[in-house]
Design a protein around this ligand. Structure first.
Ligand code: EPZ
Length: 416
């Protein structure tokens, strides 16, 4: 069980470069199943979820190898369509293999996915959409059995703009003859990134980033070289960390547009934020005012993946803040740990109320999930005294070299 040992109270200062987006790389890795050729993904951070997806692909018969920070994959000889519980249950993104396996091999047997404990996380939209597109889907003994049919309709309407379901269906339709349309599609930047990757491999996908995506099926996909977009959640995490520690940072490769709503909230707290040719700059005032309230929503709304981090920020702002979690039904499991650091936080169902405090004080805390764990690190950095964040394997799912990056920014943090 890894831990971070933090001596808080130091301002984050300096420059940082974002890694490639975890939530782009995971569906892109699943998308490699569609590709009858070699793929080279550039500058891939060794997130533990990425490693888990590589294990899944290798188990299907793909060749996977690292060349320094680049990841080389060859799925041309994929011959298995079964993903066992041991490989599927550690990650949510294992379910993203369903569409590609059905498209490429015509059948699939995939155990239920896992993922952070932030709600029930059903996969009904994935499965009902695949059925609408003609697939035979049976759920039995903890597995999803699928078979590609040939008389599906050519459009699906998602009852909720699910990121994963949009990605799964988009990948399935890539090799489906004819035109397929996805209505009420998710619009996250990672969806656009996946479509760009697939189109670079020869797919014909239009409308990604809007709520109607049109896919013209092609015979096959060939390999390509691809660099995924910078991770907007890592970006938001660093922006909030700099704000909480009254620091001053420059994020070299940030895409400002991907964090528009957060940037507005941070400006309302008193931070100065601007972009120039060097990157996205934030400088934080000596005292922070509360941002008031924030509601998580699908993109371009405030991202649910930054909800724990902005609750941590609210703990050190003057005044009262209200945070509404509208995407997942139980994404406040980390709050109990924030209380140990002196946060004045209450929540009831999907609403969280925070009364800002002058100071937080270091304590021994335990990560409950990926983004809740990140929020505890930020709170530890802003606390007076020593904080130990335990169970950091949750954090390793979506942050690579976090302690090294924070140390370069002036934090006193060690990985034990
Ligand atoms: C993706 O999860 C991300 N994970 C999540 O990031 C992110 O929080 C989420 O999208 C929302 O942006 C990856 O991309 C690997 P959803 P996903 O399907 O696809 C419900 C992180 O911290 N739903 O958009 O699972 C679901 O229960 C992780 O990096 C159904 O009801 O998210 C949830 O309430 C956490 N039925 C809501 O929709 C379904 O079939 C959003 O889920 C699918 C989803």
């Amino acid at each position: 069980m890894g831990k971070f040992f933090i001596n808080g109270g130091k301002a984050l200062q300096g420059e940082v470069v974002l890694d490639c987006a975890k939530n782009s790389l995971l569906p892109i890795l699943a998308g490699c199943i569609l590709v009858d050729g070699k793929v080279k993904l550039l500058s891939v951070p060794k997130y533990s979820d990425v490693i888990a997806m590589c294990d899944i692909l290798e188990n299907l018969g793909a060749k996977v190898c690292w060349l320094a920070d680049d990841l080389l994959l060859d799925c041309s000889c994929i011959d298995k369509s079964v993903i066992c519980h041991e490989l599927a249950s550690p990650v949510r993104s294992s379910v993203f293999t369903l569409g590609p396996l059905l498209a490429r091999l015509g059948k699939a047997k995939v155990a239920y996915p896992g993922g952070c404990d932030i709600g029930l996380r059903p996969i009904d939209i994935h499965l009902s959409s695949l059925k609408q597109l003609g697939c035979k889907i049976i759920e039995k003994n903890g597995y999803i059995y699928g078979e590609k049919g040939d008389n599906g309709n050519q459009s699906v309407v998602l009852k909720f703009a699910s990121v994963g379901a949009t990605e799964n269906i988009m990948m399935f339709a890539t090799l489906l003859p004819g035109k397929t349309q996805i209505f009420n599609a998710a619009k996250e930047p990672e969806i656009v990134d996946l479509a760009c990757f697939l189109n670079k491999c020869g797919a014909c996908i239009k409308g990604a980033g809007s709520d109607v995506i049109t896919i013209d099926g092609v015979q096959s996909l060939s390999g390509c070289e691809y660099l995924a977009i910078p991770d907007r959640i890592e970006c938001g995490t660093f922006l909030i960390g700099a704000a909480m520690t009254h620091g001053q940072i420059c994020i070299k490769n940030a895409i400002e547009k991907h964090n528009e709503v957060l940037i507005e909230k941070l400006k309302s707290c008193g931070c100065k934020i601007f972009s120039d040719q060097n990157g996205l700059h934030l400088s934080s005032p000596k005292t922070l005012e509360s941002f008031g309230d924030v509601e998580t929503a699908v993109y371009p709304g405030f991202p649910t993946d930054l909800q724990p981090q902005i609750v941590a920020l609210a703990c050190v702002c003057n005044g009262c803040s209200l945070i509404f979690e509208n995407v997942f039904e139980s994404r406040f499991n980390y709050v109990g740990e924030l209380l140990k650091l002196g946060g004045d936080v209450k929540f009831k169902s999907s609403v969280c109320i925070v009364r800002g405090r002058k100071k937080l004080y270091g304590a021994d805390v335990f990560a409950t999930d990926l983004r809740g764990g990140a929020a505890l690190v930020l709170a530890g950095l802003a606390s007076e005294g020593y904080t130990t964040v335990n169970k950091i394997e949750y954090i390793d799912r979506g942050y690579y070299n976090l302690a090294e990056k924070l140390t370069k920014l002036g934090a006193d943090i060690k990985r034990l």
